[in-house]
Design a protein around this ligand. Structure first.
Ligand code: DQA
Length: 148
């Protein structure tokens, strides 16, 4: 079974982007954390990043097709700023039924009030934030306990 890890806008800049908020590890480091976690559990990793909402939607649909074939464990989704704006991403998760953990590197609740609301949480099995990039590995560890 596969684990999809999808990352939204500006996460390609991890490492140099506001390091006091997001730390100094890069997206490649995050991919390594995810790959190690998947390897621990015998899961296959699909790890992607896009700055484009529609591309993220297409990838959620792709995950949905794998789910229908029994080949998906779940989705770890850091939708970044789209978290706070996108009904379309919410509808994609709802429409496919993909089991999803919403993830944020930073503690969004300790930040600006516009980051306190998430359109995605309503469709999430679980929400995690504030664990830094280590959160990705923790999310995959949790997902590995889900019934396959
Ligand atoms: C983020 C938090 C969002 O508010 C922000 O727009 C991001 C990253 C995080 O990982 O902490 O781009 O999702």
């Amino acid at each position: 079974q596969s684990v999809f890890v999808l990352n939204g806008p500006n996460l390609n800049l991890l490492g140099t982007r506001e390091p006091t908020v997001y730390g100094s590890q890069t997206l490649a480091d995050v991919e390594k954390i995810c790959a190690d976690a998947c390897q621990r559990h015998g899961l296959e990793l699909v790890f992607r990043q896009s700055n484009h909402e529609g591309e993220l939607i297409d990838w959620i649909h792709e995950a949905g097709r794998l789910l229908a074939e029994g080949r998906l464990r779940g989705l770890v989704f850091n939708a970044a700023a789209y978290t706070h704006t996108s009904v379309a991403l919410l509808d994609a998760v709802k429409g496919t039924g993909v089991p999803m953990i919403e993830l944020h590197i930073s503690n969004v609740h300790a930040r600006e009030s516009f980051r306190h609301h998430s359109y995605l949480s309503a469709a999430a099995k679980a929400v995690m934030c504030g664990f830094g990039v280590a959160g990705y590995g923790i999310a995959i560890d949790a997902m590995a306990q889900w019934k396959s």
